[in-house]
Design a binder for this molecule. Sequence first.
Ligand code: ADP
Length: 403
Amino acid sequence: MKILVANLGSTSFKYKLYELPDAVGATTSLGEKMIAKGGVERIGSESSKAFVEANGKREDLVIEARDHAAAVRLCLSQLSDPARGCLKDASELGAIGFKAVHARGVSGVRVVDDRVLRAMEDFNDVAPAHNPPYVAAMRLLSRELPQIPLVAAFETGFHQTIPESRKIYAIPLAWTESYGVKRWGFHGASHRYIGQRTAEVLGKNDLKVISCHLGGSSSLCAIDAGKSVANSLGMSPQTGLPHNNRVGDFDPFALPVIMRGTGKSLEEVLSDLANRSGLEGISGHNDLRDIEAAAARGEPRSKLALDVFIEAVRHYLGSYMVALGGADAIVFTGGIGENSTLMREAVCANLGFLGIEIDPKANQTAKGEASFHEKGSKVQLWTMPTNEELMVARQSRDLLLAQ
Ligand code: ADP
């Protein structure tokens, strides 16, 4: 089955086209192929930039893509060009899959319909950076390309197996039951991939894995035999670890103090917490590379930001070692997890008492899919590029085949 996985921004559409074996629930890379990738940027302008990469060749084009539907139509016609041979025509496409973030009362994998879209809109203010552009583009696509099924794989879906005791906030239970206020967990596609891929690489399904997705937004996930049992993100993607510009864990009783001190409204303070906090709030820099460089120059705020981040990762790491009763592997992914040797070394330092022994030399050179633990380490340490799109493709395939 061929599935196009879409990554939407408010003015961009990027995709990867996969061909997957028609086998419900298959979780190994056997028989899977990414046939093409491409997309359109600057949608809505007269000079939108489109590209397509297939059969080892890349082509770039400047065109006018009025809206997301026009961009998708252009991409489908590029893929259906017999010279590329990716699709016979658009009807060969099983579905367009989306990594959707959050919806009120809806999780897992769903065919996009009006109920799903309304449920996403209901949580626009919980996931303000993600839900509004997705809902707008999905509405347009379902109207303009009704022949292609749209599938939403929610980031919260992987975390449905987390026990209630780790999901429930200690608030009046009626708020949890009536308004869905609980720890939903996010980054589901990435952690699901790390769980499946680690099992494939280590050749064993019954593994205890701690997946550390560290990037522009970051979270840790405890995975037991392929199932999520804890995730550091909560009701919203703003919680848990500090993110590049989002706050992470925070005490709501500080809100009135900040509002009185700054004279800002609740909405303004929430916007500051979602856009001008996290590593950027402490250090003044948004990108971890800049923060590491500034800390190396002796800038105290950047040094502090690094320390706060490292402490937060180690806090959840310790908690998940306890939740799982030890771990077979700790896997680092995301822009920071895959590239920052400094961060990996600091997170794993002095944890021999937990069976975690880093090989600092191997850590320095670990790139792509590679391990960096000492030979005798009880817990294996790995870095792995994640593949969220592949998870959305597999889940979309499973849903359609099961229908
Ligand atoms: P997103 O969560 O937005 O998808 P990524 O997973 O791509 O983001 O991660 C982006 C983060 O990765 C940025 O903060 C960037 O600084 C960091 N990063 C990328 N390369 C490096 C590197 N070589 N060293 C340290 N941090 C890096």
